[in-house]
Design a binder for this molecule. Sequence first.
Ligand code: NAP
Length: 290
Amino acid sequence: MQAIKGTTRLLGVIGYPVEHSLSPIMHNAAIAHMNLDYVYVPFPIKPEDLEVAIAGFAAIGLVGFNITIPHKQAIIPLLTEVSPVAKAVGAVNTVFSTSEGFCGTNTDVEGFLAPLDKNRDWSQTVAVILGNGGASRAVVAGCAQLGCASVRVVGRNQDRLNQFLNSWSNSLSVNLSIHLWEELPDFISQTDLLVNTTPIGMYPHVEASPVDVGVMEKLPLGACVYDLIYTPNPTKFLRQAQKAGARTIDGLEMLVQQGAAALQIWLQQPVPVDIMRQSLQNYLGFRNSH
Ligand code: NAP
């Protein structure tokens, strides 16, 4: 890593808590590789301090920052401009400084889409999304961008599912429906793309999976199963899917690609995606073995 000097420019991530964030690892690895005079720092910001923190960031000339839970929605009114994709998702994960002020966008959709084949014809695809939280919104927007035939969102709470559906207010070009978990066995056999956006199975609960083996076995041949979780890798959910003959995608690539897209916005130049991926693999490998 370069020495921090009087000229060093600041990037960072805000959240509360933020200690778990892997973003500093991959961004600082890329910055070091590019030999740039930047540093990427985690900022724990309490919800009640968000407004004053953003004003402070403007005062000290932060070049840009990522946003994680719980600020992804709350930051929107504090920004000068919000990109169409962030408006569609209803959340901002990347902020960049302009002469007008801070602008927000969302690179999670791009990150989610990165490992999927854009050249494939998705127009007959039935996508089933497990969970209706923040990441689910980026996945739904991504499936709409792919042109999927329909998107079925599965959740455990009818009120939150209704809110989820209503929040899109016809802004989506995809047939979106909501379902309780009990309904999943009824349509799993018509599912081409199954995405887990719940934290079920995430470290340290590595023996949990959002679905039973019996449900996974009903997936049609050639289905793709995608878990947003990146630790452990693979998750039990993906191991079940591999056994059932599905193609699997883990959450690491989404994490890397959403980060790379953000860094590219801040630096306005190509960024070393391989270095970012490798830094995370090294870090997670190290952490999982200790
Ligand atoms: P979130 O906003 O808290 O949403 C979590 C969703 O999972 C909610 O719909 C929640 O249901 C549901 N859920 C949680 N526990 C459940 C359980 N025991 N049974 C059934 N449903 C349950 O979180 P998020 O930001 O969307 O993140 C979700 C996961 O995606 C996390 O594991 C996160 O690490 C991962 N993620 C990965 C990336 C990446 O780049 N790879 C990016 C973003 C997120 P209720 O609404 O009913 O509470």
